[in-house]
Ligand binder design. Structure first.
Ligand SMILES: NC(=O)c1ccc[n+]([C@@H]2O[C@H](COP(=O)([O-])OP(=O)(O)OC[C@H]3O[C@@H](n4cnc5c(N)ncnc54)[C@H](O)[C@@H]3O)[C@@H](O)[C@H]2O)c1
Length: 270
């Protein structure tokens, strides 16, 4: 039986781990030829070998390297059908403010707002942290859309799937830079979708909730437990569950979906 994504070529950034690796496996399972990008060639190659695809190591903030890799993949594989802009980073060492957070939560529960200690999330954010977060997520996603469209527009077909976050919908006080980058990805998605919708190309954003991947390594167990309490389903999501949404947006079932935003959050409401 023919598979839905037979002979389609997919390019996934940050595909060596977590959601990207799960998406690579899911798209390949339905017949796609998958190109895996990540910072480390060894790590990208491992997933590429597993799914029978190609690997490219580059930093998504390098637009020339991004264009070169996409061009090279298209030259080797003949086309580009699916671009998943997924590479991402988390705010480092998020658990360092845990004790203060817990103390403040206790004070909030007694209504003692005046006694709350300042968290200084914004004051403590360095220029470098701000820049890197915006560059990896927002610049990287823009570079990925542009690199893909240079091939998809003449082809008059394609699917671009940008990985935002529920924090792009419900900004987090603890991560202003991450929240802004992820909200920016939603705006970029809608703008680009309008640009290319008449030419057979769909562009959508997926907003994962809290998913159990290495991205959450900086979070302490206590912090994760606090997050899970705010998830309706009572657990974090699995990368494979997100991959199902990516597969839907990559396939023929989502023909009428473009410029749209898809949370997969297990009932997390910020
Ligand atoms: N895990 C979650 O709870 C969660 C929630 C919402 C959104 N997301 C988003 O999902 C995407 C994937 O995250 P994940 O949870 O699978 O994390 P992950 O850490 O498991 O995987 C991210 C991958 O991206 C790669 N990467 C990072 N910076 C890169 C760069 N500049 N160039 C190329 N590759 C780079 C990393 O090396 C890593 O392999 C990210 O955009 C993340 O912000 C994750």
């Amino acid at each position: 039986m023919a598979q839905e994504l037979q002979d389609k070529v997919a390019f996934i950034t940050g595909g060596a781990s977590g959601l990207g690796a799960a998406a690579a496996r899911r798209l390949a399972a339905d017949g796609a030829i998958v190109v895996v990008n990540d910072l480390s060639l060894d790590a990208a190659q491992k997933v590429a070998d597993e799914v029978g695809g190609l690997a490219y190591a580059f930093d998504v903030t390098n637009s020339n390297a991004f264009n070169d890799a996409v061009d090279d993949a298209v030259q080797k594989l003949g086309r580009l059908d699916i671009m998943v802009n997924n590479a991402g980073i988390a705010p480092p060492n998020t658990s360092s403010k845990m004790e203060r957070t817990m103390n403040n939560m206790a004070k909030r529960m007694t209504g003692d707002i005046a006694a709350l200690e300042p968290m200084n999330y914004t004051v403590d954010l360095s220029d470098e942290e701000w820049d890197r977060m915006i560059q990896v997520h927002l610049y990287g996603t823009f570079y990925g859309c542009r690199a893909a469209l240079r091939h998809m527009t003449p082809q008059r077909s394609g699917r671009i799937i940008n990985i935002s976050s529920v924090l792009g919908l419900y900004p987090s006080a603890g991560a202003p830079h991450y929240s802004v980058a992820k909200t920016g990805i939603i705006s970029l998605t809608k703008a680009v979708a309008g640009d290319v919708a008449p030419h057979g190309i769909n562009v959508n954003a997926v907003c994962p909730g809290w998913i159990d991947t290495p991205l959450l390594t900086p979070f302490s167990e206590q912090m994760k437990a606090g997050i899970v309490m705010r998830i309706g389903k009572g657990r974090m999501g699995m990368a494979e569950e997100l991959a199902e949404m990516i597969r839907f947006l990559a396939g023929p079932e989502s023909e009428y979906c473009t410029g749209d935003v898809y949370p997969v959050s297990g009932g997390y409401a910020g």
